[in-house]
Structures are given as structure tokens and as C-alpha cells.
Design a protein around this ligand. Structure first.
Ligand SMILES: NC(=O)c1ccc[n+]([C@@H]2O[C@H](COP(=O)([O-])OP(=O)(O)OC[C@H]3O[C@@H](n4cnc5c(N)ncnc54)[C@H](OP(=O)(O)O)[C@@H]3O)[C@@H](O)[C@H]2O)c1
Length: 317
């Protein structure tokens, strides 16, 4: 409809952007239309979004001209980067800069930047509690996102900084789910001590982003932190046990041990969990489930998420 506001969504075939695309399409009376951005308009995922009613266009976050074209005449844009595709914070910062510049040139009226903290504000490189990684980062996949905040604000964009949380979907896709130990018991191995981890259903990030766009000007210039729930490792293991009908124990490991696990990014994630533990009060305080629920009344708890997804968690049995 002519008076609908279009939201251009980067990462539309992925977790965060996909949640936003579906949130907009599921609310046909909401006054918004969606433009899904993908590198390949002919992929199965892109075609599925088109079938659901999205306008699907091609752009690449490495190509500012393609982004500008995709952002043109959209009311709002949702910007996200893909650290785990390349493991390069420098590339992530360059891609965020491309999106910010494209939004500036396209003149979009509301930008959401999906961000995380630059942990070096809390743990300077000289702080030896955790190793410095890739030469100048403490948590590479956080730090460049946080550094990019000032690229968006520095260009004077009408931006909302969206602080996201650990996806519970990592238990399905990221190899973080319970695994059988030598004693035959399923163990949830995380370097979380007895601290709480703000977590969220990945789909809810997009639903919250939709809630931010629906608020109009209210959240422009603000940082909004979201989570579904804050849970300890023991609480997540108990919920997993209940949902799976099998005992899952929480196996707390030291951060240094986790850093040494050897899988790609283990050092980055070990530092990330240490940051979340050492600054737990700040980290949880910055991600309020009530804020998320106000933006997205269907916000899922971990138990809700497990009810939908428990059969998809690989248990390595
Ligand atoms: N896992 C967590 O717990 C967590 C928590 C908070 C934040 N994050 C952050 O979330 C970010 C990833 O978001 P996500 O999980 O929504 O991603 P995702 O599900 O992996 O989706 C990525 C999508 O982005 C598109 N894409 C990849 N490279 C692109 C490029 N060069 N240009 C344009 N599009 C590109 C791909 O679409 P096409 O193939 O269709 O182009 C892909 O479907 C990461 O930076 C990560 O650090 C993760």
C-alpha cells in the first residue's frame, strides 16, 4: 500500500533479519512493508521470503553502492554484520561503515544498528585478566560492533543502537548444546561460573526491532538492550533436563580452559564469557527482559523456546 513505511532489512535470510522480516509480514495492518536484502535473490531462503510477501533485493555489505540502492526510498533500515562468516573485526567495522554511509546517502529516517559492547571500555588492552586477541581486541566479535556505534552516531544518523543477547539457538547451531561426557551424562559446558547469562530466542531480536520501528521517533538516539531471560548455567541445565526428559548437568569450566578448547573462535568466546561474568551486573542491567517484552509482547522465555525447539538440539549421543 502506498502509505506503508518500508523497512530494508540486511541479513534478511538469517536469524536477526529474518525475525524482523517475518514480524513485519505477520502484521499486515501494522503500516509497514519489508524489503529483504540478500546476496542471492534466487536462493531457496530468498524465494521463500518473496513467497511470504517480501520485496526481495540484492545487495552486499561489502559494496556500499549496492546498499545505497537497496536502502533508497525505505523509511527505515536494519543493519547487522556477520562476524562468524569471516572472523575479522576490521572487516566487520568496514561493513558497518558501508551500511552507515549508505543510510546517510539514502536519507533513511530510522536506522537500527544491531550492536554489542566495545569491551575494551571495561577491559583495556593493558588488562591482563584476559589475553589480547588479533592484536588489538579483547572480544573481537563484540569490540568492532561497539566501535561502529560511533560511525552511525558520528554521521548524525537517526539511529537506535540495539544491544542483543546470546541466542538460545546457539544450542542448536553453534555447537554449544549439551554433550555426553565420559560418565555418560549430558553436560552443558559453559564458562559462566554462577553468573546469569542474558539469553534470547534469535527470532525475538527481529520482533523487538519491529517494536522499535513501530515506536516512531521515541527510540531514535537511544540504546535499547534486550533479552528474553537472565539465567544461570544451572538454571539452563535444569530447564533443558525438564524439556528433554533427560538429566543435563551444568559443567562450569574456567574461562582459560574454555579459551583453550581449540575450536575456531574459542578464545574470543572465552573472553566474551569472562566479560559477561566479570561485569555481570552491568551486562544484565543493560539487557532488560521487560524492555524487550514491551516492544514485543510475544517474547519467549527459555522454557517457551525449548518447547518449540528441543527436538532440534543435537545431543551428540
Ligand atoms: N549467536 C549469538 O548468540 C549472537 C548474539 C548476538 C549477536 N550475534 C551476532 O549476530 C551476527 C549475525 O547475525 P545473524 O545471526 O542474524 O546472521 P545469520 O543467521 O548467520 O545470517 C546471515 C545472513 O546474512 C547474509 N549475509 C552474509 N554475508 C553477507 C554479505 N556480505 N552481504 C549481505 N548479506 C550477507 C546471508 O544472507 P544471503 O546468503 O541471503 O546473502 C545470511 O543469511 C554476528 O555478527 C554475531 O556476532 C550473535
Amino acid at each position: 500500500m502506498a502509505n506503508q513505511k518500508t523497512i530494508a532489512v540486511v541479513g534478511a535470510t538469517g536469524a536477526q533479519g529474518g525475525g524482523l522480516v517475518r514480524a513485519i509480514l505477520n502484521d499486515p495492518q501494522g503500516g509497514f512493508a519489508v524489503r529483504a536484502i540478500t546476496r542471492d535473490v534466487n536462493s531457496d531462503k530468498a524465494k521463500k521470503l518473496a513467497q511470504l510477501g517480501a520485496e526481495v533485493v540484492a545487495a552486499n555489505v561489502d559494496d556500499v553502492a549496492s546498499l545505497e540502492k537497496a536502502f533508497r526510498e525505505a523509511h527505515g533500515v536494519f543493519c547487522v554484520t556477520f562476524f562468524w562468516e569471516h572472523f575479522s573485526p576490521e572487516k566487520e567495522l568496514a561493513e558497518a561503515t558501508n551500511m552507515a554511509q549508505a543510510a546517510k546517502r539514502a536519507g533513511n529516517q530510522h536506522v537500527i544498528w544491531s550492536t554489542l559492547e566495545d569491551t575494551r571500555k571495561w577491559v583495556p588492552l593493558s588488562d591482563e585478566r584476559m589475553p589480547t586477541l588479533k592484536g588489538k581486541y579483547k572480544v573481537p566479535h563484540f569490540d568492532a560492533k561497539g566501535e561502529a556505534d560511533k560511525v552511525f552516531t558520528g554521521l548524525g544518523l537517526p539511529v537506535t543502537l540495539l544491544l542483543t543477547s546470546f541466542y538460545w539457538d546457539n544450542f542448536i547451531y553453534f555447537g554449544m548444546g549439551p554433550k555426553k561426557g565420559p560418565d555418560g551424562k549430558l553436560a552443558l559446558t559453559l564458562p559462566l561460573d554462577d553468573k546469569k547469562l542474558p539469553g534470547i530466542a534469535a527470532e525475538d531480536i527481529g520482533r523487538c526491532a519491529y517494536g522499535i520501528f513501530k515506536r516512531g521517533h521515541e527510540l531514535i538516539g537511544k540504546t535499547v538492550g534486550i533479552a528474553g531471560e537472565h539465567l544461570t548455567g544451572a538454571q539452563m541445565a535444569a530447564a533443558l533436563s525438564k524439556a528433554l526428559g533427560k538429566e543435563v548437568v551444568y559443567n562450569a569450566v574456567p574461562h582459560a580452559v574454555y579459551r583453550g578448547f581449540g575450536f575456531p573462535g574459542a578464545d574470543d568466546l572465552g573472553n566474551m564469557f569472562q566479560f559477561k561474568c566479570d561485569f555481570n551486573e552491568y551486562f544484565c542491567g543493560a539487557r532488560n527482559p521487560e524492555t524487550a517484552r514491551a516492544l514485543n509482547p510475544s517474547l519467549e522465555s527459555f522454557e517457551d523456546w525449548l518447547a518449540q525447539n528441543k527436538s532440534r538440539i543435537p545431543l551428540g549421543e
